[in-house]
Design a protein around this ligand. Structure first.
Ligand SMILES: [Zn+2]
Length: 226
């Protein structure tokens, strides 16, 4: 009996530490340990720094700022959907076009989505359009980019109820040079007073950003279950 009491007294100090180790292990849910990072998406944030992009007064609106605001929200929604997002800029800095493509190549991105806003001499020009590049040497990239452009435009229009200007072919550097499927979203006209008003409204930009994230997500889901 005495030896049993001795044994209990001797072992007692070890129990709490054993329990603590066990508890520590249990703090990491199994699902989190097994979750693999989703595909990498590069969000190319148009303009920045000395390159201010399109501008207008009443209300004052600057393309580089709206691009960054939109891109941050797109990143938030893509993060929530499980994607890994890389932005070509996260602050108001100038990033040369070749550097933007280099960032996409280095991060081994699956998709490249460039965000811009439009401007025209005619102040009534309005609506959203999405560009992709057509290349005879890169048939997979061309068809995948077109599908991504259609997927994004459909969902952005559904969310914002803006006028659709359609999916268009374009020869812009940032959609021509990346090796992965690439699109350029022109999210509305800064030169149109009514659309400019929308672009100053956080809720409108939020809808637009959700539409872009939905479009990316739908593109991947359609690829898995054509
Ligand atoms: Zn632009």
């Amino acid at each position: 009996m005495q030896s049993l009491i001795f044994l209990i007294l001797f072992l007692f100090p070890f129990f709490p530490s054993c329990a603590a180790v066990k508890k520590d292990k249990q703090t990491y849910p199994v699902a989190a340990q097994l979750t693999l990072p989703g595909p990498t998406i590069v969000i190319d944030v148009g303009h920045g720094g000395t390159d201010r992009g399109a501008r207008a007064k009443n209300p004052f609106c600057e393309e580089k700022r709206v691009c960054l605001q939109t891109a941050r929200l797109v990143k938030k929604y893509l993060d929530q959907l499980g994607y890994h997002v890389v932005m070509t800029r996260t602050t108001d800095v100038f990033v040369p076009l070749p550097r933007r493509v280099e960032i996409a190549d280095q991060s081994r991105a699956s998709l490249f989505v460039s965000i811009h806003y439009n401007s025209a001499r005619n102040p009534t020009a309005q609506g959203i359009e999405v560009f992709y590049n057509e290349s005879k040497d890169q048939k997979f990239k061309t068809s995948a980019s077109k599908k991504l452009a259609e997927s994004i435009l459909t969902r952005v229009i559904r969310r914002t109820s803006a006028v659709s200007r359609g999916v268009k072919k374009g020869n812009y550097y940032v959609i021509r040079e990346p090796t992965m499927p690439a699109v350029l979203v022109e999210g509305g006209f800064i030169s149109n007073p009514s659309e400019r008003g929308n672009l100053k409204d956080f809720e409108y930009i939020d809808k637009l950003a959700r539409g872009i994230a939905d479009g990316v997500d739908h593109y991947f889901k359609a690829k898995k279950n054509p």
